[in-house]
Each structure stands twice: as C-alpha cells, then as structure tokens.
Ligand binder design. Structure first.
Ligand code: APR
Length: 234
C-alpha cells in the first residue's frame, strides 16, 4: 500500500496560493482571525468573506489540476495495489484530476456544514451569516466545512490505520509545519515504510525522510510516478 500526503505546494502551479511561502495566505491574513473557532465566533462575516473569496478563486476560470495532480491520478489508476491519497488541501483539484481514494483531512472549500443539524453539503456560492440550512432550515448555523486550528482533523482513525501498514509513504508540497500531518512520516517509518519527500525545498521534517527530491511538483511528481510504475510492473 502506498500512502501519499499532499499540501498546498502541489496546487501552487495551478494558481492557488500556499500559506507560508513568499506572498502566502498567512502573510496577508491572521490565522487567529480567519482560521480558528474563536475568530469565527468574534467576527463570522469576516471569516465567511475570507472563504467566499477563496471559493470564488477556486471556481475561477484559470484554476485547473496540474501535471502533479494528474500524475497521482494516473498512479491510482495504473498501480497494482492500494493507494491512499491524504490531502491537507481544501481545493478540489485532486478530484478534478481523477483521484478517487482521497481523504480531505482539513475539510473542503466547496462544502459547508450546519452546526445545528450536522448536515454537510456541497456549496459553491457565497455563504452569509443569515443563510438558512437547506436540511433543517435553521439560519445562522452554517459554516465552511474546513478544519480550523485547534479543531481535530478528519479521518484520523483511517489515516492512522493506513500509516501502520503502508510500505511506501510520500509527502508532496507541504512545509511540515502543521501537526498531525507533519508527524505522519514518523508513523510510516515506525511501520517500516520507505519514506520520500517531493517538495520545492527541504521541509521542516526533511531529516525524517529516507529520500528527498526537490523541484516543482509538476516536474518532480510525474517523474517519480513513472519510476514507481516501471518498478512495480516488472
Ligand atoms: N512544487 C512543489 N512544492 C512547492 C511548490 C511547487 N510548485 N510551491 C511551493 N511548494 C512547497 C513550499 O516549499 C512549502 O514547503 O509547498 C510547501 C507549502 O507549505 P505551506 O504553505 O506551509 O502549506 P502546507 O504545508 O500545505 O500547510 C499545511 O497549514 O495553514 C494550514 O490548514 C492549512 O493545510 C494547511 C496546513
């Protein structure tokens, strides 16, 4: 089984800003204000507008999967074995590239959640505080289906189980700053997996990987996928 973890770097060449690079999202917005439960409680309209803007950008004309997303979808389609793709990203570019066995551990930009009835639904327009839930009709309880800081990431049981039995763990386009994702490589190593980092530059966790290849994801990922498929086809 191959477990793949992706971060914002895999979507950077598709035109989606990363968080901690030059010009990244956290350069212009405070995490506390727009990506914590406290920030949402203090100023919900500011938070909703932050996500409305990112949702509009994601649905904009120029945004599309790049060669790295497409290579991971090819790997899933052609590899003779199980692939689990875990993404920290909230964009839908892995789905648009064709990946299926995919877990969004930090939630999804194009979904919202009702805090009254718990319903999670696809939502591609702006979200405003007074909007009412299409399921329970309550108003004022809708929020982005995004995991904020201080909140528990999604699918952790499934992720832990996969890390405990994977033979190959690959981390792509993440700075290794945010846990629990940044600790996945150590769990994979404990399970005896070979660990690979594919990134523009060495991440915080680079020393934990058996192997590192550095460059733009659109170059490095297709090359790595080709090698894996050739290795495992003979
Ligand atoms: N190709 C490959 N890697 C790239 C590219 C590229 N074209 N461009 C940037 N990178 C790398 C950067 O070098 C950096 O290591 O992608 C990484 C992006 O790091 P971050 O901006 O920190 O994004 P990420 O690691 O996904 O952040 C994790 O933090 O803010 C939270 O919830 C948010 O999911 C996010 C989490």
């Amino acid at each position: 089984m191959i477990v793949i973890l992706t971060g914002a770097g895999i979507s950077q060449e598709s035109g989606i800003a990363t968080f901690r690079d030059q010009g990244g999202l956290w350069e212009n917005e405070s995490i506390e204000a727009v990506a914590t439960p406290g920030g949402f409680a203090r100023d919900p309209e500011r938070v909703l507008e932050f996500y409305n803007q990112r949702r509009r950008e994601l649905l904009g004309p120029g945004i599309a999967p790049n060669a790295a997303h497409l290579a991971l979808a090819r790997l899933e389609a052609e590899y003779q074995g199980r692939i689990l793709l875990i993404t920290q990203n909230v964009d839908n570019l892995h789905e648009r590239a064709g990946s299926r066995n995919l877990l969004h551990m930090h939630g999804e930009m194009l979904k919202i959640r009702c805090t009254r009835c718990g319903a999670i639904m696809q939502w591609e327009k702006d979200l405003h505080r007074g909007d009412s839930c299409p399921v329970c009709a309550a108003s004022g309880g809708l929020r982005p289906h995004i995991v904020w800081f201080e909140e528990m990431p999604l699918y952790m049981d499934e992720i832990d189980a996969a890390l405990g039995k994977c033979r190959l763990f690959v981390s792509i386009g993440t700075s290794g700053n945010v846990y629990p994702a940044a600790g996945f490589v150590r769990a994979a190593r404990r399970a005896g997996a070979h660990t690979v980092e594919l990134n523009l530059e060495r991440s915080q966790g680079a020393n934990s990987f058996d192997e590192g290849r550095y460059g733009r994801a659109s170059q490095v990922v297709p090359q790595w996928v080709e090698e894996v498929l050739v290795q495992h086809q003979n």
